[in-house]
Design a protein around this ligand. Sequence first.
Ligand code: C5P
Length: 222
Amino acid sequence: ASRDSLAGRRFVLTAGPTQEPLDPVRFLGNRSSGRMGFALAGALARAGADVDLVAGPVQLTTPPGVKRTDVQTAEEMLAAVLARLEGATGFIGVAAVADYRPVDVATHKIKKSDAVLELRLQPNPDILARVASDPRRPELVMGFAAETRDLETAARGKLAAKDLDLIAANRVGEGLAFDQPDNALEVFSADQCWTLPRQSKQLLAERLVDIIVETLDRHSTD
Ligand code: C5P
């Protein structure tokens, strides 16, 4: 994409993991590094977009030109996203949002004992699906899907179920994707697909911006 192909357009992105507290010192989390989301935020900014990045706990520096908001839990991430949705051209959910959170968060540190400890978990809101069904739905809503099998079927299923314009799918397991500098993606729209071979997340982000620009151009000529 050229330097100004997204000028005047604003994107809201989520990136990184969420952490769901169990007690004051413990949480449920995952291994997402946030690299893909941060790379995409930087590439969108380089293409001239205004970028609001809502980030879970990560150890990354904010790319130039990106406005960053830090959150911890899925519920905080949802609230931060909804507060920034009005007038956005695009929403891209890159975060590895925890599917569940503990029903009870202990006020004091949970004590060790010899007994079995059971955790009760309740579902978190699906931020991506929530945004796609919002009256303020941005023109372009894009998700990511990490799959261990049946990549295309699963990705196309999520594209339809969550009412997305684009989904970028990657194979996980066997040391792929999570917490790695490289990734390979297959991107699907309802009627197109793009194969992005293994490369750095920085380069993948540039290719994804091209696909996003192409998709917005198609919308405006349809
Ligand atoms: O259904 P699944 O979790 O595989 O979908 C992944 C996509 O949905 C990602 O884009 C992720 O950011 C988004 N997601 C979300 N909120 C959740 C779960 C997933 O935004 N609670």
